[in-house]
Structures are given as C-alpha cells and as structure tokens.
Design a protein around this ligand. Sequence first.
Ligand SMILES: C[S@@+](CC[C@H](N)C(=O)[O-])C[C@H]1O[C@@H](n2cnc3c(N)ncnc32)[C@H](O)[C@@H]1O
Length: 279
Amino acid sequence: MSKERGYFLDAKTVDTIYSRRAKRYEFFHHLFTRNRDTVWRQEAAWLASLKDFSLVLDLCAGVGLSAIEYFKVWDYQGLKNIHVTALDYNEKMLGVAKRKISEAGLEDRVTLVRGDVMDLKKVDKDEGFASFDDQSFDAVMCVCGIGGIEQSQPAYNEMLRVLKEGGRLIAIDLHNPVPGLHKFLSVQKWIWDKVTSPFLLPKIWGWKNPTSMIEQLPKTEITDSSNTKWRFEVLNKVVRQETLMSFSALVISIFAGKKIKTDLLLRNIAPEGAPTENH
Ligand SMILES: C[S@@+](CC[C@H](N)C(=O)[O-])C[C@H]1O[C@@H](n2cnc3c(N)ncnc32)[C@H](O)[C@@H]1O
C-alpha cells in the first residue's frame, strides 16, 4: 500500500475507481486536461523516435487513446509496421479500449493485454496476466499513467528491464507547480496542495502525486541475470506549464530516456582524462 501526502491508494482501490470510470473516461480526461492530452500522446510518439518494424509497449493504456494518437504520428512519418502492445490492469478499461481500437481500424496493429506494470514477469494463468522477457521492446510509453500506479519504483524497474538496449522510455504526467512558470504561483500552489493533489487526483482519477517521476527515473538502475547494470540516459527532462488562451492551467513533466549500460553512462559523464572503471 502506498502512502503519499497523507492519503492511501492501493492497486485495488485504483482498479475500483477505473471500473466505475471506464465508460466516461475519454470525455472526462479530455475535460480535465482541456484536450491537451491529445497533444501529449502525439508528443510521446515523436519523442520515441522509432524506425519501422519497432515493437512498442504502452503501459497503463487505459481505453487506448494513446495508441490511436501514436499511430497518427507514425503514419505521418511513414512507419507502417509498428506494433503496439497496450497493457492495462483494469478489465473495464480494456473492454472500452477494444471497441475504440476496432473503431479506429487498428486491430492488426495493437494487441490489448491485461497486466500489472509493477510486475511484468508475473505469470498468473488464472488471471491471464501478460509477462514479458528482458529486452522485448524498442520503446516503452506511459502517458498519464504513472500517477495511478501503487508503487512507482518497481514499475520503473520493469520499464527498464523490458526495453531493448538503446530503446526509449517516454513518460508524460502531471507535475506540481514550480516557481517561474505561473504569474500567481501561490494561488496555483494552494489549489494544487489543497484541492488537486489531495482530492481531485486520488478521488476522481485514482492518482497520487506523480511529480516524483521526473526525479526517480534517472536514478533507476537494474542488474540483469548476467550481472550487467542498466540505467536510463536522460535525453529529455522537461517541466512545462500548459497555457490555454492566456490561462495558465496544468503543469506537466516529460521524460525521455534511453536504456544504456551503467558503465557506459559513467564513462560518458566522466570529465575528459578522468579515470573510469575500465582504466
Ligand atoms: C489515468 S489512466 C491513463 C490511461 C491512458 N494512458 C491515457 O492516457 O488515457 C491510468 C490507467 O492506469 C491503469 N493502472 C493503474 N495501475 C496499474 C498497474 N499496476 N498496472 C497496469 N495498469 C495500471 C488504470 O487501470 C488506468 O486505466
């Protein structure tokens, strides 16, 4: 069970919230994000910087909105053979996703699976959960998903594990207000601290504060079965204020990282002439 800022949100509670929300999810998500979510999903597709025949894992896929937007970008880029595995925990959300993916004519390009981001090795035949080997995907995407995961660190470890060497993780989510972006920071902070973070996010969306993602992801490190250590090389780490018709609304963070061996990362950041592990 996770505790952040004084409230609890375990996976079961989040699952119950999404079972209730699935039918009207799309409407409310567009409303809550003032339709900016469509832009974020397309931005994630651009940042993935894929080649044709890439395999993509979309985590916390919800009702499949992200996959639909990714393909608009990849089709524009002429990438006709990308395959997305869209994974979510919640059966009702996956049910709506099935309809939406079919309406978008993407059945051959998207496989919907049930799984738990915190354990993508889980093989539980009864529940039919998906499992993936190390280094299975060219890109892992998670748009507006991290906030709802009960424990983020095991999920980050899994995102790193299932990526191929050189593959990218693209994660986009809300961020708390930061100085310098908003004219009335104290008002924005008050709304975030007193309303958005303790009530709107957990009660309506099953989300806890997803702000730590942008700090935690660069620190994530795993060791595989051959004792190789892996991390993300940070390609893009941005916190941005979304402004709509001169009205400053949401703050979001965007992370793009490339899976790289830790010793390579250390060599890249060591000052010239400095000893590295291999010297
Ligand atoms: C806010 S929705 C985001 C859906 C989608 N990415 C989007 O942008 O519309 C969060 C989703 O994460 C899913 N989720 C939460 N915890 C999960 C877990 N541990 N494993 C898989 N999915 C999870 C929920 O079922 C829900 O569908």
